[in-house]
Design a protein around this ligand. Structure first.
Ligand SMILES: [Zn+2]
Length: 55
């Protein structure tokens, strides 16, 4: 089942979707570091990550 994460940082439109939860976590952390110059707590990643029902 795919996972999705939408960044909530201000007007940021970043959204990642992957079948791998680990990949989503990795890319979200990379995004936070490169785009927002900071980091995100693990709990905030878990909270923001949604499971997408297959069509
Ligand atoms: Zn962002």
């Amino acid at each position: 089942m795919p996972y999705q994460f939408s960044c909530t940082g201000g007007s940021c439109q970043f959204m990642i979707r992957s079948s791998s939860a680990d990949e989503v976590r990795r890319l979200v952390r990379a995004h936070m570091r490169m785009t927002h110059g900071g980091r995100i707590d693990r709990v905030d990643i878990e909270r923001g990550m949604e499971r997408i029902e297959p069509a």
